[in-house]
Design a protein around this ligand. Sequence first.
Ligand SMILES: [Zn+2]
Length: 114
Amino acid sequence: MMHEMALAEGVLGIVEQTVKGQSCTKVTKVRLEIGELSHVAPEALRFCFKAVMNGTIAQGATLEIDRTPGRAWCHDCGQNVPVSTLGAPCPECDGFKLQITGGEDMRVRDMEVE
Ligand SMILES: [Zn+2]
């Protein structure tokens, strides 16, 4: 939960940075992309998001979470493959020499303001 709290505070920082200097008075929706391989628990993040946004320009904003699939480069079969969990073998050749190339991070995709 501490982890998600820090992430929610990071999101607030991005939101405040984005609306700075704009004439909007309210952020109504924030859309996040969370990689399937990241260690973020969406439900915990929702809870923290609500708590952190309380009393800010994004109070009551809807949080939308898109999960982005994990991707990896397989050194054994030499191709880009989908990965659903860390430590899982290559779905093509069952090899374990996978280098994760996507789906590990979280970012703010966009937001709606009034
Ligand atoms: Zn492979």
